[in-house]
Design a protein around this ligand. Sequence first.
Ligand SMILES: [Zn+2]
Length: 264
Amino acid sequence: MSSVKSVWSVKYGGRIVRKADVFHDYAQYGLPDGDLDMHYNFWVIRTNDGKIILQDTGYDIPKKDWLGEISETPTPEGLALIGVDPAEVAMVLCSHFHYDHIGYLGLFTNAQVVAGQREWDYWIGKLEANQLEGEFSTADDLAAVIAAKEDGRLRLVAEETEVAPGITVYPIGGHCPGELLTRIETASGGLILAIDAAHFYEQVEHEWPFFAFTDLHEMQDGLAFINRLARETGATVIPGHDARTRDRYPAVEGPAGAIATVLA
Ligand SMILES: [Zn+2]
């Protein structure tokens, strides 16, 4: 039996984007442009022994509207709606340190925080060199990571690591130097949370890079790796920001279904 009981995707915001804006060099494919419905999510993993693990934490859109996102359910409200007390979260997996993934990390003061060693090196390097201007992370966002480190709650990984039974993270880079993928073994065949290594289904299907990367070749290799890992393990890939995930999987029963989707 899998040690993971359920995996939910929880939506906290959204915006409409154009394909030509979000896919790297989209013109090369000779395809028409069009809208994509982009969702902003975090993910909740419940284990059979009662632990709650979060994948990413969302961010406070009204506090800083970076790209015209529409705030729907800020993380604290979303957690209340799905019945999760931040103090009871045992672990937070950070895919990368962009604002929209670690914005509320400071809420989870009892959680072990897992992140990529290269992510830490990259962003703390920028912070110390005073080079965060114009970047998708602020000193405020990084303060929660630093606090976790000072508390002895930060675990940095530099290679494929099973961080909890049935939950494995893989350093993949590309979008950010220390970007992590998460593979979760479930009773229904397993999931790969691609997060920002693949924002949309098209990127998984065609291995199309996203426009925002720190290393294009790493991102291309990462997309191939996602498909290889899916083939080898039989797991299903869930892109990080694609609204169609909510069409493909059932909503959680009750009021939480307005934001939460059952992936497993
Ligand atoms: Zn993102």
